[in-house]
Design a protein around this ligand. Structure first.
Ligand SMILES: [Zn+2]
Length: 103
């Protein structure tokens, strides 16, 4: 059991996220407080965070593309439902686009 430094409640160790640099290897605040805090941080810095994410995507465009390709190939070989839905989605999009272009 451990006491959360924010809400002061005593909780199970599983209610704390791991934190390597802390003595006990766990975060000082509980998971509930942690998620509350990160949500508040997001709302406060929303513009900045979105801008950072956008910049990351632009700078790592090729890496992201490559990672997505690897994921898709893996899924195609292991997940039958994914394979079927991917094929159907592609055919449907092609059909819709074709009809749209032809009027
Ligand atoms: Zn707490």
């Amino acid at each position: 059991m451990k006491k959360c430094s924010k809400c002061k409640a005593v909780k199970e160790l599983s209610d704390f996220y791991p934190h390597r640099s802390n003595k006990d290897g766990l975060c000082g605040i509980c998971k509930v407080c942690c998620s509350k805090e990160s949500r508040e941080r997001y709302v406060k810095n929303k513009d900045y965070i979105l801008k950072q994410n956008k910049r990351y995507r632009q700078q790592h465009r090729n890496q992201i593309k490559e990672r997505r390709k690897i994921y898709r190939t893996h899924k195609m070989n292991t997940d039958v439902i994914y394979k079927l839905s991917y094929g159907l989605r592609r055919r449907l999009n092609n059909a819709l686009n074709k009809n749209f272009k032809e009027g």
